[in-house]
Design a protein around this ligand. Sequence first.
Ligand code: AHM
Ligand code: MG
Length: 285
Amino acid sequence: MSDAIDAVVDAVTSTAPDVRDGLVGRRTYEAGANPSGERQLEADVYADELLEARLLDIDAVAGYASEERESVVRAGDGRGRYFVAADPLDGSSNLRSNNAMGTLFGVYDGALPAGGDGLLASGFVLYGPITTMIVARDGTVTESVVDSDGSRRVVTEDLRLPEEPTVYGFGGRVPQWTDAFADYVSEVESELKLRYGGAMIGDVNQVLTYGGIFGYPGLRERPEGKLRLLFEGHPIAHIVESAGGASSNGERSLLDCTPERLHERTPLFVGHEAYIDRLEAALSA
Ligand code: AHM
Ligand code: MG
């Protein structure tokens, strides 16, 4: 198992500079939409195809699922045991405005869709001013810098949420928030500082660095929220929980949730346990 996870992490690492280099000149939209009905950039498709090829090249990987494609792609000869779910370019609408984006992945022991308890490892690459990578496995989170030759240098061995929460960021238009959520946010606003950049990975990395809470809530006209449980919810919850924080869909840990459909959406909250506990209390009141 450990070798398979190493191979997946290595493949994502070595693909990161290619994805980054490929962003230049891929800022225009494709004709189609992804399975969630969102417009795809050329860069979304490019990153997805690179990851598909590199991950399915690993003998232990049985299948690849992505936010950008309808169904799971199986390895040709039915080999392998592990499945990788990825959001190849999370926050890709930031490409037009040249802001941070990332690649997010989870390694599951078994077929997809699966519950969060099937997740063996997870991680993300953040294409910021520098390229960094977070990997969570065996209860530990490491942070590395990815160099342009595709190599990885660990810079933080055991990343933990800082003691003191400092920042918050919540998605969705404010008039679309429920009253219970808006009341909760007005408390949070008086305690923490707003940091919202429109790419979940960038915003969660602020929470990992400075402490606090990130969320994309269920909305009045879209109670299921925007983000997808398998591609975004599980891996980001696994990372933040492994770093000593908590996650929630508004009621319980995202890792205790199992999607019925590959592209199922969920309200998503991650961060300091005290803020997640207060959120769940506020939404259930
Ligand atoms: P994407 O994976 O298609 O880029 O969509 C997910 C992104 C998240 O990174 C981010 O938190 C959210 O969508 C932002 O949505 P909005 O632009 O509505 O604030
Ligand atoms: Mg995404």
